[in-house]
Design a binder for this molecule. Structure first.
Ligand code: IMP
Length: 429
């Protein structure tokens, strides 16, 4: 049984922890989109690991980790991560497979990202400045450079030269020398070679022999290039379709979809956020939830749970069950609000609008639920949760249109509740 774990909000839902705790039941963990804009934080026995490109499955002995063709790979970031893991005693060895079709992030992609943001001025996206967008632009523009292109050929030299020349015309004062980029690419190719191959074929062979694959999304549904709050999105498909195109696997290979959602909501970067809390409660959520970007350190914007958005993510992805994270961050709040609709002008909207960015002022319609005074932090069984917390979860299930199968009550692996009667329990059996 192969399962996809993906973000049902604006990213940073806590996918890293969920993937990490599910991994022992799988032989492979595969990333299908994004790049080192992602930051998956995992705590193991109090030790913090932040992974950007390599799937968090790498922390588990014997698990094969895949970077699919849908991912954009910055060789420098990749090598840094491999070396840092080695410093922490984790040898990547031969447990990493990078698709030879994955596109590369080159030095000028980072510069173009920064330049494009500066040019947008007040309309800026608030990107991670990692060169993600420009690398995907080159891919779609059919001038990208792939992992399998990194051999000393005339074709690669011609492509690099043309790309660098074009970039030098856009980036004023750029002195980038194409031969330097070319030489660096050849060196990266040489180091990367042992880990590269045909991901689609490898996964097909693994699945045919009964090995289970856990498929890991980055970012979240509302940051998806097609289905998110465009243009305030990332440049890849974080939703379920990306898993097939980004790994070269058929839809039939996927037997379950676990959506990860925080018990409240956060967003980093610009863009619409109807339930954002700019006052004291937002500040409290940020501090208690340690809501600072794992990649960039930027403070995350915080707000109430938006059931309109999660219900939409459930529909687009076919989510079977939700992993609800950071419930403990709500401990001690007197009341907790849930957004069940939007007021836009004189309309009440309960389906996520395509034009959220341009539709005008939005007023969320809230339900207020009583908070709880007994802490949920560290709870490992559903019955341990205070009645008010159980009621809150039951209401989230109703308004989001999906059962909550897993609840995270702290950052460590063991601070987790897996509900006995849930599909998640069945997947992990
Ligand atoms: P980019 O992916 O760097 O181009 O950034 C585009 C938007 O996606 C910005 O709002 C980023 O803050 C956001 N973003 C990208 N990666 C992540 C992530 O892993 N978590 C949360 N937001 C992200």
């Amino acid at each position: 049984m192969n399962i996809v774990v993906l973000g049902a909000q604006f990213g940073d839902e806590g996918k890293g922890k969920i993937v990490d705790l599910m991994t022992p039941k799988f032989s492979w963990v595969a990333r299908y989109q994004g790049g080192h804009n992602a930051g998956h934080t995992v705590y193991v026995s109090g030790k913090k690991f932040v992974l950007h490109l390599i799937p968090s499955g790498i922390l588990h002995d014997g698990v094969m980790c895949v970077i699919g063709n849908g991912v954009v790979v910055d060789p420098k970031a990749l090598f840094k991560e491999i070396d840092e893991l080695a410093g922490l005693g984790i040898d990547v060895g031969d447990r990493l497979l990078i698709s030879d079709k994955a596109h590369l992030i080159l030095p000028y992609h980072r510069e173009l990202d920064v330049l494009s943001e500066a040019r947008r001025g007040e309309r800026k996206i608030g990107t991670t400045s990692r060169g993600i967008g420009p690398a995907y632009e080159d891919k779609i523009g059919r001038r990208g450079i792939r992992v399998c292109d990194l051999v000393d050929t005339k074709a690669l030299a011609d492509e690099v030269r043309a790309n660098v020349d074009a970039r030098n015309q856009i980036i004023k004062d750029s002195t980038l020398d194409w031969t330097q980029v070319y030489d660096e690419l050849l060196a990266s190719g040489a180091r990367m070679r042992r880990w590269t191959g045909d991901v689609s074929l490898a996964l097909d062979q693994a699945m045919r022999t009964g090995q289970r694959v856990l498929i890991e999304g980055a970012q979240g549904a509302m940051l998806d290039i097609d289905h998110g709050t465009y243009p305030f999105v990332t440049s890849s498909n974080a939703t379920i379709g990306g898993a097939c195109t980004g790994l070269g696997i058929p839809p039939k290979a996927i037997q379950g979809v676990l959506g990860v959602a925080k018990a409240y909501l956060t967003r980093v970067g610009e863009g619409p956020f109807p339930t954002e809390l700019c006052g004291e409660i937002g500040e409290r959520l940020r501090e208690t939830g340690m809501e600072y970007g794992a990649s960039t350190g930027r403070p995350r914007r915080c707000g109430w749970y938006d059931a309109v958005a999660v219900r939409y993510a459930v529909r687009v992805n076919g989510i079977d069950s939700i992993a609800l994270t950071k419930l403990d961050v709500l401990d001690d709040l007197k009341t907790i609000d849930i957004c069940t609709g939007y007021r836009i002008g004189d309309r009440t909207v309960t389906e996520f609008p395509s034009d959220l960015n341009t539709c005008g002022p939005i007023t969320p319609s809230y339900e207020s639920w009583p908070g709880w005074t007994t802490p949920t932090k560290g709870a490992t069984s559903y019955s341990q949760l205070p009645a008010e917390a159980r009621r809150y979860i039951a209401r989230l299930e109703e308004v989001s249109g999906v059962p909550v199968g897993l609840i995270s009550t702290g950052s460590d692996r063991h601070e987790t509740i897996i509900r006995d009667d849930s599909v998640v329990a069945r997947w992990l059996n």
